[in-house]
Design a binder for this molecule. Sequence first.
Ligand SMILES: [Cu+2]
Length: 123
Amino acid sequence: MEKIIASIICAGLIALIVWWFFKKNKDVTARASKVNGVQKIEIEANGGYSPRVVMLEKGVPAQLTITRTDKSNCLKEIVFSDFGIKRTLPLDEPVEIEIDTSKAGEFNYACGMNMYFGKVVVK
Ligand SMILES: [Cu+2]
């Protein structure tokens, strides 16, 4: 009897870990969706970036819409150093940023203080 109970608890724990991992993973990486030939994706800046990693298709125009909902000033600026982009994110106001997808690669972005990071992957 004890063994059965132990097995059930064990299976439950594994299910919980798997569920948590997938849930978390889903929040971290997202693929942009195409609207009229433009890849679009929304990113929320709140204690970090969500999704943190954005997958883009090479050669298709891309636009990120970033909204800062975090009242702290840490995420006030966003910097895409590879693209020479530095933008201010006003609180609760969506800011559109065009990303050059002509070259494949992984391009990091960060808050103005280099504390929070995200990544754009062009494939
Ligand atoms: Cu910061």
